[in-house]
Design a protein around this ligand. Structure first.
Ligand code: CP
Ligand code: NVA
Length: 307
C-alpha cells in the first residue's frame, strides 16, 4: 500500500480500506501468527491528551507484533519547552520505526507527518479519529456481515468522531446520517469531502437536526461525548444545547430491531447515552474497544514494513 502515514481515512481508497479490514480480521483470527511481524521496531506514542484505549491498545499491539512502545508526553519532551514540531519529527525519525500521535490541533499531526521520515499514525486530533472509525466499520462488518447499504445514525456532537465516521461510511458504502443540534454540526469541509468520496461507493452522507428521523430504520446507532477533550469549560453549555439528543431506550427503539449500539468510549452515562443502552444486549461498545487492538495492528503492520 503506497502510504507512509495514517492521518485520515480520506487518504485511502475504498479498496485500501477493505485491505486494512481484511488484515485486521486475519490478525484477530490468528494473533500468534503475527508475533514477529514488527520484531525489533519501536513505536513512539506521543500524547498531548489523556487516553485509555488508544494508549493501551497501541502499546499492547506493538508488543504483540514483536516490537516495543515508548510513551512520549510533551510534558517531558523538549517540545514542551519550545523545540519545534519539525525538529522533533526529524529527531524521532532517527530512533523510531513509527510514531503514533494524539494532539489537539490537527496541524500538529500533519506537521509531524510532513517532517518525519517514519510512518505517523493519527491517534486522534480535534478534527478526526481515523483509528477509531476504521475499527468501528470493522466492528459493524463483524456484527452485520456486510457494510454496503447499511445505515449508521450518529447522534450528538458534529465532532472528530463524526467527521471520521462520515469519511469511513463514504469509503465503505454505508449510509451515514448525523443528527446534531444547531451550532454543533460537523465541519462543512469534512462533510463535503465525505460526499465526494461517497460517489465511489454509493454511500449517502446526511446531516439533520432531528434525532428520531436519523435513527429510524438504522442498523447502528452511534454517539460520542458532548464535550470532547479540550472543551471541558463548555460542558454545562453543551449539556443544555444537547437536550433531546441522548441515546436512551426510547430513541434506540426507533432503530431496526436488530440494530447495534456503538460508542467510541469513554461514555458519560446519563448524558449522551443512558446507562441501559450501554448495557443493552445489542451494545457492542466493548467489542469496539477490543477491536482497536486488532485494527491498529493491521495499520502498523501495513505502514511499518512488516509482513
Ligand atoms: N476511544 C478512544 O480513543 O479512547 P481513549 O481516549 O481512551 O484512547
Ligand atoms: N470526541 C472525543 C473522542 C474521544 C475518544 C474527544 O475528542 O474527546
Amino acid at each position: 500500500m503506497p502510504h507512509k502515514d495514517f492521518i485520515a481515512l480520506h487518504d485511502f481508497s475504498p479498496a485500501e480500506i477493505q485491505e486494512l479490514l481484511d488484515l485486521s480480521a486475519k490478525i484477530k483470527r490468528d494473533r500468534a501468527a503475527f508475533r514477529t511481524a514488527l520484531a525489533g521496531k519501536t513505536l513512539g506514542m506521543y500524547f498531548e491528551k489523556a487516553s485509555t484505549r488508544t494508549r493501551i491498545s497501541f502499546e499492547v499491539g506493538i508488543f504483540e507484533l514483536g516490537g516495543v512502545g515508548l510513551y512520549l508526553s510533551p510534558k517531558d519532551l523538549q517540545v514542551g519547552r519550545g523545540e519545534t514540531i519539525a525538529d522533533t519529527a526529524r529527531v524521532l525519525s532517527r530512533y523510531l520505526g513509527g510514531l503514533m500521535a494524539r494532539t489537539f490541533g490537527h496541524d500538529i499531526v500533519t506537521e509531524l507527518a510532513r517532517f518525519a521520515t517514519i510512518p505517523v499514525i493519527n491517534g486522534l486530533t480535534d478534527y478526526n479519529h481515523p483509528c477509531q472509525a476504521l475499527t468501528d466499520y470493522f466492528t459493524l462488518l463483524e456484527k452485520k456481515k456486510r457494510l454496503k447499504g447499511l445505515k449508521l445514525a450518529y447522534v450528538g456532537d458534529g465532532n472528530n468522531m463524526c467527521h471520521s465516521l462520515a469519511s469511513g461510511a463514504a469509503k465503505t458504502g454505508v449510509h451515514f446520517v448525523a443528527a446534531c443540534p444547531e451550532g454543533y454540526f460537523p465541519r462543512p469541509e469534512a462533510i463535503a469531502l465525505a460526499r465526494e468520496d461517497a460517489r465511489q461507493t454509493g454511500a449517502t452522507i446526511e446531516v439533520v437536526s432531528n434525532p428520531v428521523a436519523a435513527v429510524t430504520g438504522a442498523d447502528a446507532v452511534y454517539t460520542d461525548v458532548w464535550a470532547s477533550m479540550g472543551q471541558e469549560a463548555e460542558h454545562a453549555k453543551r449539556v443544555k444545547a444537547f437536550q433531546g439528543y441522548q441515546v436512551n431506550l426510547e430513541l434506540f427503539g426507533k432503530a431496526k430491531n436488530d440494530a447495534i449500539f456503538m460508542h467510541c468510549l469513554p461514555a458519560h452515562h446519563g448524558e449522551e447515552v443512558a446507562a441501559e443502552v450501554c448495557e443493552h444486549p445489542r451494545s457492542v461498545i466493548f467489542d469496539e474497544a477490543e477491536n482497536r487492538l486488532h485494527c491498529q495492528k493491521a495499520v502498523m503492520v501495513t505502514l511499518m514494513g512488516g509482513k
